[in-house]
Design a protein around this ligand. Structure first.
Ligand code: MG
Length: 315
């Protein structure tokens, strides 16, 4: 099983990956630091029961790569741990492995080892630890936002929320479903982020929660102008049809775009460079001195039910 389905994931580095040893031996280039992150996906919690093996493979890897991107790190390799609840299914493994191989190429990363086990009576569980590289001292942290920094998001959000809802209710929002099943970690943006952003995080908990993570770590407040949010076609359609509300966009997670804190001086070059790599960044607010409050929300066009947000303050 390992030879057929997991050896190809090492992309010719089986010796390095420890598949022929007890552990992997990885070289860190001089002048670089290792960035390490883990994320586990459990069947029925993080993906739907019976989800296609290829979708599970991609999501498991991509949510980890998104955390690397949020640190400004380029992917090096990953450790893959799978706990199977049942007898191994060859067709499932073949699909899982093929999807993983495609993503390995797409994001230039390889499997540096891991473990496969079986559990009795449980659910399928995939745990990945991703390793990334960043020039020493250049990792982008959550605590670097400065007063007056602008809040930039690298693309539209709300699609993952809509995608899950569409899957659960058989609604025809293919684009949003694709975004939910297959997030796009913003790896191509890491050089730009390292160069121009003071702080970063990926949108996994939801826009408001993740902006707050930066604000809290940085000791600043945040103000979001909801009218500056640009929506995808699917989300705009769902908003018009009352299938989702603006607060769902603010609180829904799993979009895996990046939220950046950027000084006004560096904003024009950051926006230009992100557009050069085909991203559609939007400036949605700024970090302020108003640290005693949750994010202040401003909007002239949207009615937002503050009670549903769980926040106390609204302007
Ligand atoms: Mg994250």
């Amino acid at each position: 099983m390992i030879e057929r389905y997991f050896l190809p994931l090492t992309r010719g580095r089986a010796e390095v990956a420890g598949l022929k040893d007890d552990a992997a031996v990885l070289q860190i280039p001089k002048g670089y630091e290792l960035v390490v992150t883990s994320d586990t996906l459990n069947e029925g919690v993080h993906f739907l029961v019976g989800e296609a093996a290829g979708n599970i493979a991609r999501k498991a890897l991509r949510v980890n790569l998104s955390d690397l991107a949020a640190m400004g790190a380029k992917p090096l390799s990953y450790q893959l741990n799978i706990a199977f609840p049942h007898m191994l299914d060859e067709a499932w493994l073949a699909e899982f492995s093929a999807a993983m191989q495609e993503d390995n190429k797409a994001f230039d990363v390889f499997c540096s080892g891991g473990d496969t086990t079986s559990i009795k009576g449980g659910h399928l569980s995939i745990s990945i630890t991703a390793l990334g590289l960043v020039p020493a001292g250049c990792a982008v942290r959550r605590n670097g936002a400065k007063l007056g920094d602008l809040i930039v998001v690298t693309g539209v959000i709300g699609d993952a929320y809509l995608g899950l809802k569409a899957l659960q209710n058989s609604l025809n929002y293919e684009g949003a479903i694709g975004r939910y099943l297959m997030p796009c970690p913003r790896i191509r943006a890491v050089d730009i982020i390292c160069e121009h952003a003071n702080a970063a995080i990926d949108v996994s908990d939801g826009l408001l929660a993740d902006v707050m993570h930066i604000a809290k770590a940085s000791g600043v407040g945040a103000e979001i102008n909801v009218d500056k949010l640009v929506f995808s076609k699917d989300v705009a359609h769902a908003l018009d049809g009352n299938i989702m509300q603006v607060q769902d966009i603010l609180t829904g997670g799993d979009d895996y775009e990046l939220i950046l804190a950027v000084s006004p001086v560096k904003l024009p070059i950051l926006i230009r460079e992100l557009k050069n790599i085909d991203l559609n960044p939007m400036v949605i607010g700024e970090f302020t001195s108003n640290i005693s409050k949750p994010p202040v929300l401003k909007s002239k066009t949207h009615r937002i039910d503050v009670k549903l947000l769980g926040w106390q303050h609204f302007q």
